[in-house]
Write a protein that binds this ligand. Structure first.
Ligand code: ACO
Length: 300
């Protein structure tokens, strides 16, 4: 991916790490330094173009990575450049990976809810002309080292088929733990309960965490799936050919693969009837319809 300005001078290192401040890295000694504002504008252009290319590669209706989204989130983007064979040129960008910590509710093997804040893979793209050349792995590996995480500690925001194959091939990640949100986690996620996949204190105010709205891809949604547990998908040992395993999560966007069909109304009602009533509801059903004031207060 080439740009009308000197990418090689802008990013002296092969991999550049940028946070929400989008600060231009220090330049190599001897290179002319344009105004800082111009450098930042160049960085913003690169991020916007990478975001667009990634969205196109994933069939998304809009980019999930842009300079303005970077500035308003605490995400980190790792950008891989290519300066080989272009000593007289301006260099090129090979791809990027965007990561960030997110508060999530995730289910463990016993289907218990856990509040965690893992590092999430939010967007990942290598230019089409150089995919399957090992660049993705180089970038991913660098990110793992810098963030000090193991691959099984990550949560992945609706991985594409290519990414699932990539994770399987390079990191042996295969068996997923079924979830009800957009994120995919793999077996071993709960094996080490040390940061960064830290369990949060058990008691938190309701509404503090919005587990179903924390995906970066949420804004792409045009339809809503039925609520848990009607949208549960079985655990898959290997990534299926079709559709992508994002079907195990809530809020899949149609842009990146077909939504699972809505549960027909009759089936929905049958499932609801099968759900045992909550103990409090049982108490209320058994009680006088008026109930005591204390009871009414508890109910509220
Ligand atoms: N089909 C199937 N598997 C693929 C493909 C493909 N077209 N491309 C890469 N892979 C997987 C395979 O396991 C492959 O190994 P193989 O060639 O032996 O089969 C392995 O990745 C290659 O590893 P790298 O060369 O290190 O990976 P690459 O540089 O291609 O980067 C990436 C991987 C980022 C997934 C890249 O293919 C890409 O940009 N794809 C399009 C965008 C995309 O799907 N991004 C992920 C979105 S989901 C998210 O970001 C959370």
């Amino acid at each position: 991916m080439e740009f009308p300005f000197d990418v090689d001078a802008l990013f002296p290192e092969r991999i550049t790490v940028l946070d929400q401040h989008l600060r231009p890295p220090a330049r190599r000694p001897g290179t002319t330094t344009p105004a800082r504002v111009d450098l930042q504008q160049q960085i913003m252009t690169i991020i916007d173009e990478l975001g667009k290319a990634s969205a196109k590669a994933q069939n998304l209706s809009a980019p999930i990575t842009s300079a303005s989204r970077m500035q308003s989130n605490r995400h980190v983007v790792y950008i891989l450049k290519d300066s080989s064979g272009r000593p007289a040129g301006k260099g090129a960008i090979i791809g990027f990976i965007k990561v960030g910590y997110k508060k999530l509710f995730v289910l463990d093997d016993r289907e218990a809810h856990n509040e965690v804040e893992p590092l999430c893979i939010l967007d990942f793209y290598i230019h089409e002309s150089v995919q399957r050349h090992g660049h993705g792995r180089e970038l991913f590996q660098y990110m793992l080292q810098k963030e000090r995480v193991e691959p099984h500690q990550l949560a992945i925001d609706r991985p594409s088929q290519k990414l699932l194959k990539f994770l399987n091939k390079h990191y042996n990640l295969e068996t997923t733990v079924p979830q009800v949100n957009n994120f995919v986690i793999f077996e071993g996620f709960f094996a080490h309960q040390h940061p960064p996949a830290r369990k949060l204190p058990p008691k938190r105010a309701e509404g503090d965490i919005k587990p179903y709205s924390s995906s970066d891809r949420e804004f792409l949604k045009v339809a809503v799936e039925p609520p848990w547990p009607l949208n549960r998908a079985p655990r898959r040992a290997t990534p299926p050919a079709h559709p992508p395993p994002r079907s195990s999560s809530l809020g899949n966007s149609p842009e990146r693969g077909p939504l699972r069909p809505f549960v027909p109304e009759q089936e929905l009602l049958r499932s609801l009837r099968l759900c045992p009533p909550h103990p409090t509801a049982r108490l209320l059903l058994a009680a006088d319809p008026g109930g005591s004031p204390a009871q009414r207060r508890r109910t509220r």
